[in-house]
Ligand binder design. Structure first.
Ligand code: MG
Length: 269
C-alpha cells in the first residue's frame, strides 16, 4: 500500500527496491484524478512491470486522531461531505479504469449497527451507487475492515447486495479500533475478501483511543498465524504491506522489513 510520495516512475522504482512486485495506490483527497494523471501512472507501471491491484480513495478533511474523530470525519458518515466524497469516488473509479486497476477501495466510515438508522441507509445507498459505477468499469469495490465488528460488516455487505462488493481485510485495524480478533474475523468475512493488508498493531490502552500501530511482526496480530489462517480459508490474493508511520524514511525501511518477513512466512510478497 503506497501513496504518491514522488512522481509515478520514482515511486514505483522505490517500491521495487523495497522488494514489492505489485501494490495498492492510495490517493489523497486533493490528488489530481484527471485522465492525464492516470495515464502517467499507467505508463510508469507498464514500464516497470508493476501492476496496481487497487486504487484507494482518501478524502479531504479526514482525521484518524482518535475514535470519536474518525466517526466524525471519515468516509461517507459525515453528511456535509457525503455527496462530494461519493462523486470523487466515482471519478477515482474512472481514474483506476484508465490506469488499468481492477479494484477500488476506501474506508466508508463507521457503519452504524442499526439497519433502520438514517446514516446506515445513506451509506448503504452510497456504496450501491459506487458499486454500480465501478461495475461499469469492470471493477470490484472493497471496503476497508476494522472500524466495526466483522458481523456488522458482513450484515452491511449483505444488505448492500451488490455482486462486486468486496473487502480489503486489514487485521491491524480490528485491533487498533478494538473491534475484534482478526483471525476469528477471517472466518466471518472470508467469502468477500479480495485483498489483504499486512499491518500490525496493539490493542487500545483506554476507551475512545486507538491502539498503536507497530512494525509488521511486532504487534498483536500474530503474523505467522494470520498468514497460515489465510491459507486455510483458501485466500490466494495479494498481501500488501501497509505502514502509516509519519516519517517517509522510517516508513520505507519498515516496509522493506515487512516485505522480507512476509517472504519468509508465506513465500510471497
Ligand atoms: Mg489498511
Amino acid at each position: 500500500m503506497f501513496w504518491p510520495w514522488f512522481e509515478p516512475l520514482e515511486t514505483i522504482r522505490t517500491l521495487k527496491r523495497l522488494g514489492a512486485r505489485c501494490g495498492q495506490l492510495g490517493l489523497p483527497g486533493e490528488y489530481d484524478l484527471s485522465a492525464a494523471s492516470a495515464l502517467a501512472w499507467r505508463a510508469a507501471c507498464e514500464s516497470e512491470d508493476f501492476p496496481i491491484a487497487t486504487v484507494f480513495a482518501a478524502y479531504q478533511g479526514e482525521s484518524y486522531a482518535d475514535i470519536a474523530t474518525v466517526e466524525r470525519t471519515v468516509g461517507f458518515i459525515p453528511q456535509a461531505t457525503r455527496q462530494a466524497r461519493v462523486e470523487r469516488t466515482l471519478r477515482l473509479s474512472d481514474f483506476a479504469h484508465i490506469l488499468g486497476a481492477p479494484a477500488i477501495a476506501c474506508h466508508v466510515g463507521f457503519v452504524p449497527e442499526d439497519p433502520s438508522a438514517a446514516d446506515y441507509i445513506a451509506v448503504r445507498d452510497a456504496v450501491r451507487q459506487i458499486c454500480d459505477h465501478a461495475g461499469g468499469n469492470g471493477q470490484t469495490f472493497a471496503l476497508e475492515t476494522g472500524q466495526e465488528p466483522a458481523p456488522v460488516l458482513r450484515q452491511f455487505i449483505e444488505s448492500v447486495a451488490r455482486p462486486n462488493l468486496r473487502i480489503n481485510f486489514d487485521p491491524a485495524n480490528l485491533i487498533l479500533y478494538g473491534t475484534g480478533d482478526p483471525i476469528a474475523a477471517l472466518d466471518v468475512l472470508a467469502p468477500w475478501i479480495a485483498s489483504v493488508h499486512a499491518k500490525d498493531g496493539d490493542w487500545p490502552g483506554e476507551p475512545g483511543h486507538l491502539g498503536q500501530e507497530r512494525r509488521l511482526g511486532e504487534g498483536m496480530v500474530g503474523m505467522a498465524l494470520f498468514v497460515r489462517k489465510l491459507r486455510e480459508i483458501g485466500y490466494s490474493g495479494g498481501l500488501f504491506v501497509e505502514r502509516e508511520v509519519d516519517m517517509l524514511v522510517d516508513r520505507l525501511a519498515d516496509m522493506r522489513n515487512g516485505l522480507a518477513l512476509l517472504a519468509t512466512l508465506a513465500g510471497v510478497q
